[in-house]
Ligand binder design. Structure first.
Ligand SMILES: Nc1ncnc2c1ncn2[C@@H]1O[C@H](COP(=O)(O)OP(=O)(O)OP(=O)(O)O)[C@@H](O)[C@H]1O
Ligand SMILES: [Mg+2]
Length: 257
């Protein structure tokens, strides 16, 4: 089922380059209950990073801290090497270092058409109408959504909604894209289509880094250059997929062995 994904796999990153994102000693509690505890994570430019963690382990919390939607209790986040972004307001963080997010729950404007979902965001970033139309056509083509360009988002299938969500997240030409439980409630064929679209992002967008979570760990293993395991508020392992499945600690905390 997943051979198609591996066939197109191209690993571009080099181990010795500066991280696109460096998360240093981040802690976050809710009502005194710690969720993230001195968490450290490096994301290399051009890499696909899988994030594995049990329900409630803090994956979405981590995404929100990276975006700036949640303020960490302590710790720092650096972008493109040594630029401290964790003290910046969200708009400044987005302007200087574009981070896009595809949330667990849809953020589409369901009453608007597919193309208006894209143009609505593009208009916030671009002034030139021609550029907005070009961006919209390019993304609808890339994500095979041209046939449904005029269809309202609420009438799209689950797979089309997910593809539109990813397309929207790419409008700003981000440095990093966060994909939270991207394959939830999708059937195997559309999962393979979306996996191939994600792998193709690595070849079509220079140095785009991807952080992706999902509960079906095989999808994460198929896609990732590096897999990070989140447990007890920390990243306890960051390894290549082939190594993570052999790691006794990762197996114990995540696979329950
Ligand atoms: N705004 C909030 N207020 C209080 N507690 C919160 C808040 N957001 C998250 N939590 C708690 O933080 C913990 C981690 O939640 P989070 O949603 O980050 O986990 P997750 O790994 O994304 O889980 P899942 O895989 O089920 O999506 C949970 O115990 C959750 O109840
Ligand atoms: Mg979550």
């Amino acid at each position: 089922m997943n051979t198609k994904v591996k066939k197109f796999r191209i690993i571009k990153y080099k181990e010795n380059i500066k991280p696109a994102l460096k998360i240093k000693n981040i802690s976050k509690s809710f009502n005194g209950v710690p969720v993230l505890q001195n968490l450290n994570l490096n994301i290399l430019p051009g890499s696909i990073n899988g994030l594995l963690g049990e329900n409630g382990s803090g994956k979405t919390t981590l995404f929100n801290v990276i975006l700036g939607v949640l303020k960490p209790d302590s710790g720092e986040i650096y972008a493109k090497g040594s630029n401290l972004i964790s003290t910046m307001p969200i708009h400044e963080r987005c302007k200087k270092f574009s981070i896009s997010y595809v949330p667990q729950k849809t953020s589409l404007m369901l009453g608007l058409s597919c193309e208006d979902n894209i143009k609505g965001i593009a208009q916030l970033i671009m002034n030139d109408e021609r550029k907005i139309d070009e961006t919209c056509d390019r993304l609808l083509t890339e994500f095979s959504l041209l046939d449904v360009a005029r269809v309202k988002a609420h009438s799209l299938s689950g797979g089309q909604k997910k593809k539109l969500s990813i397309a929207r997240a790419l409008i700003s030409n981000p440095n990093i894209i966060l994909l939270d439980e991207i394959f939830a409630a999708l059937s195997p064929k559309i999962i393979d289509t979306i996996k191939n679209l994600i792998v193709n992002l690595q070849t079509s967008r220079k140095s785009l880094s991807i952080l992706i979570s999902d509960h079906i760990y095989q999808h994460i293993l198929d896609l990732s250059d590096i897999v990070h395991v989140l447990s007890d508020g920390e990243i306890i392992r960051s390894q290549k997929p082939a190594d993570i499945v052999k790691d006794a600690t990762a197996r114990k905390v995540y696979f329950g062995e």
